[in-house]
Design a protein around this ligand. Structure first.
Ligand SMILES: NC(=O)c1ccc[n+]([C@@H]2O[C@H](COP(=O)([O-])OP(=O)(O)OC[C@H]3O[C@@H](n4cnc5c(N)ncnc54)[C@H](O)[C@@H]3O)[C@@H](O)[C@H]2O)c1
Ligand SMILES: O=C(O)C[C@H](O)C(=O)O
Length: 325
């Protein structure tokens, strides 16, 4: 019995993501919200003969009804990049969208687990946290920036170099979700893949800038949508598994105060003053249970963490200031 809302459900990510969530037998209610095209998308998906009842909510006046009673809210609403743009260039439009949607979450389903896909994730997650804090309903165990696509890319791109590598193996990716803030921990699988130093550098760079490959290939028609829908679904499925008592682990961008002891390892690795970081976590019935350790970092990874940390710290401050100033 899980009730899920997708906000931005008629977009490039929203449509395939909603389709995948519709296939999950544990979801009983699936509420789709967007400013446009929502009735058509919802009517279409609603004919699939799985458990959930699908409803359409279009326009801001219908947002409260969409959110009432929701356990999980997934947010892919917002504009995507075009060639030549960074994710930070999306802030001017997406910051306000996320702020307003989270205000509605605070008003209507303050207990929900919130998954933020809208970029720039390094800033939109702190925006969401500040709005929830202002409403006295903030629970860091239930707010996540979705960085799962970086993990898919890490596994897949390593497989491109070593065809014998099982691409289902999770390679942790920590840090943030933009360029050099993305820190793949290839050393976690180095005993299986034995990459040369040059191969590690090349694959790390490809993972960090994998989003650009799609933006350039789409040539002005947006960014990753299909791989992101799969990534978003894997993340939502892990949360649902946790809710139902089957622990699941994923990396995601979170407020490290959720588990100060577990965060210590990452702080000591170079993220000393950071409040938010993407780290591996375990999901349980009430959201994040704990931050998981990574046994070792190579000296190259430690350098990447320190580069990531200073950029993330600025991105977080930009988000915090947007709500509080
Ligand atoms: N976290 C990640 O790994 C990741 C990956 C890919 C894309 N993204 C981000 O996801 C976002 C969406 O990308 P997309 O390709 O689906 O874009 P899109 O333009 O195809 O779809 C966005 C949808 O959001 C809707 N929308 C806009 N404002 C809204 C509001 N106030 N309320 C509800 N809906 C609203 C639009 O109507 C549209 O249907 C972008 O910001 C993109 O950068 C993140
Ligand atoms: O690259 C983008 O702008 C979209 C997304 O964050 C991605 O990593 O594909």
């Amino acid at each position: 019995m899980v009730q899920v809302a997708v906000l931005g459900a008629a977009g490039g990510i929203g449509q395939p993501l909603s389709l995948l969530i519709k296939l999950n037998p544990d979801v009983t209610v699936l509420n789709l919200y967007d400013l446009v095209r929502c009735p058509g998308v919802a009517a279409d998906i609603s004919h699939i003969n799985t458990n959930s009842k699908v409803s359409s909510f279009q326009g801001s006046e219908s947002l409260p009804a969409c959110l009432k009673g929701c356990d999980i809210v997934v947010i892919p609403a917002g504009v995507p990049r075009k060639p030549g743009m960074t994710r930070d260039d999306l802030f001017s439009v997406n910051a306000g969208i996320v702020r307003d949607l989270i205000q509605a979450v605070a008003d209507n389903c303050p207990e929900a687990q919130i998954c933020i896909i809208s970029n720039p994730v390094n800033s939109t997650v702190p925006i969401a946290a500040e709005v929830l804090k202002k409403n006295n309903v903030y629970n860091p165990k239930k707010l996540y920036g979705v960085s799962t696509l970086d993990l898919l890319r890490a596994s897949r791109f390593v497989r491109d170099i070593r065809p014998e590598f099982d691409a289902n193996t999770h390679i942790p990716v920590i840090g943030g979700h933009s360029g050099t803030t993305i820190v793949p921990i290839i050393s976690a699988v180095q005993n299986q893949v034995s990459l040369s130093e040059q191969e590690i550098k090349a694959v790390t760079h490809r993972i960090q800038f994998g989003g650009d490959e799609v933006v350039q290939a789409k040539n002005g028609e947006g960014s990753a949508t299909l791989s992101m829908a799969y990534a978003g679904y894997r993340f939502v499925a892990s949360i649902i598994a946790g809710r139902l008592g089957n622990h699941a682990t994923e990396c995601c961008f979170i407020d490290l105060s959720v588990d100060p002891q577990g965060a210590e390892l990452y702080r000591n690795a170079g993220a000393s003053n950071l409040t938010y970081f993407s780290v591996p976590v375990t999901f349980g019935q009430n959201g994040i249970e704990n931050i998981l350790p990574i046994s070792n970092f190579s000296s190259f990874e430690l350098e990447l963490i320190s580069v990531a940390a200073s950029a993330i710290s600025e991105n977080v401050q930009t988000g915090v200031n947007f709500v509080n100033k």
